[in-house]
Design a protein around this ligand. Structure first.
Ligand SMILES: NC(=O)c1ccc[n+]([C@@H]2O[C@H](COP(=O)([O-])OP(=O)(O)OC[C@H]3O[C@@H](n4cnc5c(N)ncnc54)[C@H](OP(=O)(O)O)[C@@H]3O)[C@@H](O)[C@H]2O)c1
Length: 289
């Protein structure tokens, strides 16, 4: 139903951006979902033109530099997209009016906690990507404290593009066994659920601030992959656990990325669904060929 709000989604070609557009379309909202070519968040002029054209009351920023390993050698560019861009969006909305929902990441934490990360746990990014995302959070909160929400999420998958679930489904068809790291634990999150949560948040009367949204529960990449295999009718025993040391990567991955959503439910927002249910729905949208 249209609710008198006008919505603007940035990064519409991305994983989350695509699901946000789908959610808003299904709900018959008045929205524009703009790709990087249509709205470059690193350009104040581009932001100004889009805000003049769309006149949004709510902006959801799904645009980001998400190439975690490339960011290690391209931190300036990552910072431009992940920190300067959100800052420009927040400053423009501070001047014109409107709310901003900005999406951040578990990578702002150091990954050593022994409990699901709460919104006020100390940050300590271990990678260039994490540093630039943390700078983006801080810039948004400083420029638009009352009318912004920063929502951290983790391990997002869904849709046809490159993501962990699609990679494992492809490898299932190519290899007899697949080795997957078992010593990183996180909160797998279906982008469609995250999109619905962000739309719910934008429509609710929640004071500005930090929140976490992930599907409920926790899993290692190995456990997630076994569940993917089970759901597509493949033998989960073909998935074998290995340590992260078997797959050295340029950017350090947090060993522990489980986020607490107590902030989310305490704000009166709907409790996130358990990750295995969400994964089953994601795979049902794109059943095994
Ligand atoms: N994926 C995860 O596991 C994960 C985990 C935690 C948090 N997050 C956060 O969730 C959010 C959404 O991530 P995602 O997985 O949907 O990422 P994604 O699929 O990589 O999408 C990001 C989109 O941003 C666009 N973009 C890049 N630079 C831009 C710019 N200057 N102006 C406008 N658009 C620009 C990209 O455009 P092109 O298509 O043209 O490249 C892409 O469409 C991000 O804030 C990310 O940090 C993601």
């Amino acid at each position: 139903m249209s609710d008198g709000r006008r919505w603007l989604v940035t990064g519409a070609n991305g994983q989350l951006g695509g699901f946000l557009a789908d959610r808003l379309r299904l709900d018959n909202r008045d929205f524009a979902a703009l790709t990087r070519d249509e709205l470059d968040i690193t350009s104040a002029a581009s932001i100004d033109a889009a805000l003049r054209d769309v006149r949004p009351s709510v902006v959801i920023n799904a645009a980001a530099y998400t190439a975690v390993d490339r960011a290690e050698v391209d931190e300036d560019r990552a910072r431009l997209v992940n920190a300067t861009g959100p800052q420009l969006l927040a400053e423009a909305l501070a001047e014109r009016g409107g709310r901003l929902i900005h999406v951040s990441t578990d990578y702002v934490f150091d990954g050593t906690a022994d409990h699901p990360y709460k919104i006020d746990d100390p940050t300590g990014p271990q990678s260039a990507y994490g540093r630039t995302k943390l700078a983006g959070e801080q810039a948004v909160r400083a420029a638009l404290p009352e009318r912004s929400h920063v929502v951290r999420t983790a391990w997002v998958y869904g849709g046809p593009g490159a993501n962990f679930v699609n990679t494992m489904r492809r490898l299932e068809g190519e290899r007899e066994t697949v080795q997957v790291v078992a010593d990183q634990i996180g909160s797998p999150t279906f982008a469609a659920d995250l999109a619905a949560g962000l739309v719910e948040l934008a429509g609710a009367d929640v004071p500005g601030g930090l929140l976490h949204y992930v599907n409920a529960g926790q899993a290692s990449w190995f456990e997630l992959t076994r569940e993917i295999f089970r759901l597509i009718g493949a033998d989960p025993a073909r998935v074998q656990p290995v340590d992260s040391a078997a797959f050295p990567r340029p950017a350090k991955r947090p060993a522990w990325s489980v986020l607490s959503t107590r902030s989310w439910t305490a704000a009166g927002l709907g409790a996130p669904q358990p990750w295995p249910d969400a994964l089953a729905r994601a795979i049902a949208l794109d059943p095994p060929g």
